[in-house]
Design a protein around this ligand. Structure first.
Ligand SMILES: Cc1cc2nc3c(=O)[nH]c(=O)nc-3n(C[C@H](O)[C@H](O)[C@H](O)COP(=O)(O)O)c2cc1C
Length: 214
C-alpha cells in the first residue's frame, strides 16, 4: 500500500499557499487509486515539543555515560522516525518565517536528523532513507531572485536541502513559490500576476509529480 507522508507547518489555516500545494499533491496521490494512502502530520496544529535533551541527537548506542533520555522522549523520536521510514514518499510544506523554516518544522527536523540512525555518523553507516522521494514546498512572502540584494536571505531552503537531501540522502524535489504577499503588501502588488502564475505552475508540476514520483 503506497503511503505518502504529508507534513504541514504553516500557521495560516485559511490562505496558506504551502498547505494548498501539499494538499494538491496529496489529492493527486490519492487519485491514483484506493491503495494510495496519506498520513498527515500537521506540525502547527499538533506541534512537537522542543528537544527534551541534546542526547536525542544521537543513537542510544552513541550516547555518553552522562547522557540519558526519558522513555517518553525516546518513544516520540522513534514514532517520528518510523513514520518517515514507513512512507514511500514525503511532501513537506515549509513557509519562510523570519528567513528560515518555521520553528514547528525545525522541531521535527531536530528529531529526524539522528546520526547513526537516519544519517551517517561514522564511515560505513547506512542512510536508510537514501533515494526516497521528498517534495519540499517553500512559500515565501517576498522575492529572492539572483542578482538582487536579498538573493541569499532565504535560509530555510538550504536547511531542507542539507538535512533531507545531503544528510538523509533523500531524493529531493524542491518547489518554491515567492511573492505570496503580493496581494497584501502594496510594495509587492506589481508582482501579483507573476506570483499567481508561479503558484499555478507549481500546482501543475506537483499534480504531475504525484503520479510519477513512486
Ligand atoms: C511569522 C512570519 C514570518 C515571516 N517571515 C518572512 C520572511 O522572513 N521572508 C518572507 O519572504 N516572508 C515572510 N513571511 C511571509 C510568508 O513567508 C508568506 O506569507 C508565505 O506565503 C507563508 O506560507 P503559507 O502561505 O504557506 O502560510 C512571514 C510570515 C510570517 C507569518
Amino acid at each position: 500500500m503506497p503511503t505518502l507522508l504529508q507534513i504541514d507547518s504553516s500557521a495560516d489555516p485559511s490562505h496558506s499557499r504551502s498547505r494548498a500545494l501539499t494538499a494538491a499533491f496529496a489529492d493527486a496521490w490519492r487519485a491514483r487509486g484506493p491503495e494510495y494512502t496519506v498520513v498527515h502530520r500537521d506540525l502547527h496544529t499538533a506541534p512537537l515539543p522542543h528537544l527534551e535533551s541534546s542526547a536525542l541527537h544521537w543513537a542510544a548506542a552513541d550516547r555518553t555515560a552522562e547522557e540519558s533520555v526519558a522513555p517518553e522522549a525516546e518513544a516520540l523520536r522513534q514514532e517520528i522516525i518510523d513514520e518517515l521510514l514507513d512512507a514511500d514518499a514525503v511532501v513537506v510544506g515549509s513557509p519562510l518565517y523570519n528567513y528560515t523554516v518555521p520553528s514547528s518544522l525545525k522541531a521535527w527536523i531536530d528529531r529526524i536528523h539522528v546520526p547513526g540512525v537516519l544519517a551517517p555518523a561514522f564511515d560505513g553507516d547506512a542512510q536508510p532513507l537514501a533515494g526516497k522521494p521528498v517534495v519540499t514546498i517553500v512559500s515565501r512572502g517576498a522575492t529572492y531572485d539572483a542578482g538582487t540584494p536579498t538573493e541569499h536571505w532565504d535560509h530555510g531552503s538550504p536547511v531542507l536541502e542539507l538535512i533531507l537531501g545531503t544528510a538523509l540522502g533523500m531524493r529531493q524535489y524542491p518547489i518554491t513559490v515567492s511573492a505570496t504577499l503580493a496581494d497584501r503588501l502594496p510594495a509587492l502588488a506589481p508582482l501579483a500576476d507573476h506570483a499567481a502564475a508561479e503558484f499555478h505552475d507549481a500546482k501543475t508540476t506537483l499534480e504531475r509529480l504525484a503520479t510519477t514520483v513512486v
